[in-house]
Design a protein around this ligand. Structure first.
Ligand SMILES: Nc1ncnc2c1ncn2[C@@H]1O[C@H](COP(=O)(O)OP(=O)(O)OP(=O)(O)O)[C@@H](O)[C@H]1O
Length: 307
């Protein structure tokens, strides 16, 4: 649906916010773009949407070059900005209808009604936006972005500052849109949001895409667990009879680390087998603890500054 090819962006002051970014977004997926503050998420979205000119590279939206074929590309895209940019004195209905007109689409009150109902804004359609809560204002921005029936929706930090209940509600709205065939790209600081929603996850750090992966694959990595067994007596080597288990000796032989895939071992049989084998060779365990790497760990290590 979207092809980003060799996109770089250097701002007027000389700061390079994007470095040779290549990225493909598949039709109908939810893609979460993660990255720390200032990594380049908003800049990348702005380049794709044609709001910021790339210094190099190109962007194709469903095959339309977003510079040479700007109108066609832009018409396919809806953008929900990070900042609340609502016009205070315009009613919900007017602002959403007007937004559709901006894209040269004919009036379609039935579509506007559908969008407002889906975002539970129907009751508020005659209200001026200054009369809305923050969460409602954010939903109005989503409604505006959907007014011209885009095939791709960008959500820049859609749930920043939104309470837990409303966040879940927004996730439902986004899932429903995907169900209707809309391709969704969201940026977020909430790892939980990416875990919950995304089909694929991309991580950007200092203007570079450092990882793009299926969420399921990432979750499997996430599922890797470690069991550390602290021994009463230190060992020189892992006993031969325990060779069948994925064990490593650490801490000068005072502890054994057992790595296992949590996803595949939910019944714990491999652990009970290991403990039985330890007993059989007469190893006594003083203490044990488990550790599970999280998406957050992976994320933190990916974005950490390299020395
Ligand atoms: N118009 C501009 N002129 C100069 N530098 C800019 C401009 N816009 C953004 N930048 C810089 O580009 C970098 C990336 O900014 P961007 O807003 O894309 O980050 P982000 O990943 O969206 O961050 P956040 O999570 O904080 O929203 C930052 O260092 C920012 O200061």
């Amino acid at each position: 649906m979207i092809r980003v090819e060799g996109v770089s962006k250097t701002f007027a002051g000389g700061f390079q916010a994007l470095k040779n970014v290549d990225l493909g977004i598949r039709r109908g997926e939810i893609f979460a773009l993660l990255g720390p503050n200032g990594a380049g998420k908003t800049t990348l979205i702005s380049v794709i949407c044609g709001l910021v000119n790339a210094s190099a590279g190109r962007v194709l939206v469903d095959g339309h070059d977003n510079v040479h074929d700007y109108r066609a590309a832009r018409q396919m895209i809806g953008l929900v900005p990070q900042e609340l940019t609502n016009e205070a004195f315009t009613t919900v209905w007017d602002t959403v209808s007007f937004s559709r007109g901006l894209f040269g689409k004919p009036r379609d009150p039935a579509h506007i009604e559908k969008v407002l109902r889906a975002l539970t804004l129907w009751e508020k359609r005659r209200n001026r936006q200054l009369e809305l809560s923050g969460g409602m204002k954010r939903r109005v921005l989503i409604a505006k972005a959907l007014a011209h029936e885009p095939q791709v929706l960008f959500l820049d930090e859609p749930t920043a500052g939104v309470d837990v209940e409303l966040r879940r509600e927004m996730w439902e709205v986004v899932r429903e849109l995907r169900h209707q065939g809309v391709t969704i790209i969201l940026t977020t600081h909430y790892i939980e949001e990416a875990e919950e929603m995304a089909d694929r996850i991309g991580v950007i750090r200092r203007g570079e895409i450092v990882l793009v992966e299926e969420k399921e694959a990432l979750m499997r990595k996430l599922g890797s667990k470690e069991l550390t067994l602290h021994l009463h007596e230190p060992l020189d080597a892992v006993p031969e009879s325990l060779a069948g288990h994925a064990l490593a000796l650490i801490d000068d032989g005072h502890a054994l680390v057992y790595s296992y895939d949590a996803a595949g071992q939910e019944d714990g049989s491999s652990i009970s087998g290991l403990l039985a084998d330890l007993e059989a060779v007469g190893l006594r365990v003083k203490d044990l603890h488990t550790r599970q790497s999280s998406l957050e760990d992976i994320f933190v290590s990916l974005v950490r500054e390299r020395a």
